[in-house]
Design a protein around this ligand. Structure first.
Ligand code: CUA
Length: 436
């Protein structure tokens, strides 16, 4: 009865439909039975010829009471149990799932694959291989959207600033509709896409076909590679190793999916949302055994960069040997440092140690005070004392930054005690003298 559901194209679809049909059938059956009985009684026992039909009074029929209490209870428990089972299966994702990143924006869906392949725009078609589990990791760039593939029986809200996902295993080759199913503005009804389920070979061919590059649809590089560059350029590598060694922050080796305890005893599990929060607002969750040292990157990374960093962290899974040495220092080793002036060497350290992440050279306020005109500057410290920036002050601030905190700033800087030699500290001082 009432079999109006669309084609079943995923493994879970028959189970979702069974639950849906069962509830529909039960509802129809009981509606008809109850309303039918009511109508039948109303007609049969109506007042006729001025005479009422008084029905016999039945009291305490155990058989009837057990039936009408027991039967609905069993039916309800079964429906709830089945629903929970199917829901759990819908949310489960095998580790081997193919991951596709999806961004919803007014009014298009954009799809990005691990190798950097991108498709997007109204009516965009993306391809998945048949019989392989797929996980679609989604975020929004403006307002609420909702990602819906009826044939796969998956639907999930897409929220800006947050990651959500749907997972399914397509079982039938074909072309299916993708909708936005949350009203998101005037063009909401045109926010459509297509999913093409293809054979493994056809999928591979499509994935590696970069003729789309010419049309500008293909991103030049895989997101994980972009993320690796950011890891070096914004300074993550100063505190987070790739080889499992403990630095100022936790290592990125096998970080994705890691579980542990936070400072304060609460458990954590690293997923997309955890990484995003830790980038934008690191102090929100501090892993047990570490301290709050990281500068917040709120407003300094866009969604694409955050996505790239997440992709990079996923890629540091121990399957490849870690590249602990950042390109910057590889380059540095080729240069004869003795030929440089102390200030030039200091500038190299400024860049390599990523002081640039927190201290600008042009006067703009980032996390720490700017280095523009720093030498000889006088200022007030958080404890009320006054300090003039000289060699001793700079040295102390590099080796144990928490000793003196300039008023209006917070203690965020990692100590470089043991990481820089006296000569290197002196080079940095010489460099700072030149920043006017
Ligand atoms: Cu996006 Cu509706």
């Amino acid at each position: 009865m009432f079999r109006y559901l669309p084609e079943q194209a995923s493994e879970i679809a028959p189970h979702v439909d069974f639950a849906n049909n069962l509830i529909t059938d039960l509802s129809v059956f009981f509606t008809v039975a109850i309303c039918g009985a009511m109508l039948y009684m109303a007609i049969k026992y109506r007042k006729r010829g001025g005479r009422d039909h008084e029905t016999p009074m039945i009291r305490g029929n155990h058989f009837l009471e057990i039936v009408w209490t027991g039967l609905p209870t069993i039916v309800c428990i079964f429906v709830a149990w089945y629903g929970i089972e199917v829901y759990a299966a819908l949310r489960a994702t095998p580790d081997s799932a193919l991951e596709i990143n999806v961004t919803g924006q007014k009014w298009v869906w954009n799809f990005e694959y691990e190798n950097g392949k991108r498709v997007g725009g109204q009516g965009a078609e993306f391809v998945v291989p048949v019989n392989k589990p797929v996980k679609i990791v989604m975020t929004g760039s403006d307002v609420l959207h909702s990602f819906f593939i009826p044939a796969m029986r998956v639907k999930q809200d897409v929220v800006p600033g947050k990651y959500s996902y749907v997972a399914f295993r397509p079982t039938k080759v074909g072309l299916y509709d993708v909708f936005c199913t949350e009203f998101c503005g005037t063009e909401h009804s045109r926010m459509l896409a297509k999913i093409r389920v293809a054979s493994e070979a056809e999928y591979e061919r499509w994935l590696n076909d970069d003729s789309a590059k010419i049309k500008g649809e293909m991103n030049k590089r895989p997101p994980a590679e972009v993320g690796r560059e950011l890891y070096n350029s914004i300074g993550c590598m100063a505190c987070h190793s790739l080889d499992g060694s403990k630095k100022i922050g936790p290592s990125f080796l096998k970080i994705f999916g890691r579980e542990g305890t936070l400072d304060g005893g609460k458990p954590y599990k690293v997923d997309e949302n955890y990484i995003r929060e830790s980038l934008l607002n690191p102090k929100a969750k501090i892993v047990d055994g570490y301290s709050n040292q990281m500068p917040p990157f709120e407003g300094r990374l866009d969604d694409a960069q955050i996505g790239a960093l997440i992709a990079f962290m996923k890629s540091v899974d121990g399957s490849k040997p870690a590249e602990a040495a950042p390109p910057a220092s590889e380059e540095a080793s080729k240069i004869d440092l003795t030929k440089l002036s102390p200030a030039e060497r200091g500038e190299r350290i400024y860049k390599e140690k990523i002081c640039i992440t927190c201290h600008s050279l042009d006067g703009t306020r980032v996390v720490g005070p700017t280095f523009k005109g720093i030498y000889g500057r006088s200022g007030k410290m958080a404890d009320g004392s006054s300090v003039t920036v000289d060699d001793a002050y700079i040295k102390e601030s590099i080796l144990s930054p928490n000793a003196k905190i300039v008023e209006g700033y917070s203690p965020m800087m990692p100590p470089y005690q043991g990481q820089l030699s006296d000569e290197q500290v002196q080079d940095v001082i010489e460099f700072l003298k030149t920043v006017k």
